[in-house]
Design a protein. Structure first.
Length: 138
């Protein structure tokens, strides 16, 4: 459960990051405060990569981080911003699919455990009946 919870937190946090990036700098600042809090200190750090300072706006050209992301992104301008938007959309859709699959898998697991509970309750009933039958025989 720990791994599943971490994956859920990471995916949910990634979706929050995407939405915050769409809504401006004030929400990004609030999100940085949340990320630095103790509540999610055990969440993997991969989701915090987006907050690296000095990179500028996505698609605006090469930043301080080293790799440029390709010649179109490096050139900046509207083409770079467009490619950055496509990239963000791709990852958003990918995360949405992962959450959908995770939800489906968890529902399957819930169904399996409910079936196991039903079988165990039937076994308990059978065993209690056998005990009662043995008590009647004595």
């Amino acid at each position: 459960w720990g791994h599943i919870a971490s994956v859920c937190c990471l995916l949910l946090l990634s979706l929050v990051v995407v939405k915050a990036a769409e809504n401006g700098a004030a929400k990004m600042s609030a999100l940085r405060k949340i990320l630095s809090s103790r509540l999610i200190s055990n969440v993997p750090v991969m989701s915090q990569v987006r907050f690296a300072g000095g990179l500028g706006e996505p698609g605006s050209g090469a930043g301080k981080g080293g790799g440029s992301g390709g010649s179109i992104r490096e050139a900046g301008g509207s083409m770079g911003k467009r490619e950055a938007a496509f990239e963000e959309e791709y990852f958003y859709k990918q995360q949405k699919e992962q959450l959908k699959k995770l939800k489906s898998d968890l529902n399957d697991e819930i169904g399996f455990h409910e079936e196991q509970i039903k079988r165990h309750q039937e076994a308990i009933t059978r065993h209690k009946q056998r005990v009662n039958d043995l008590d009647k025989d004595n």
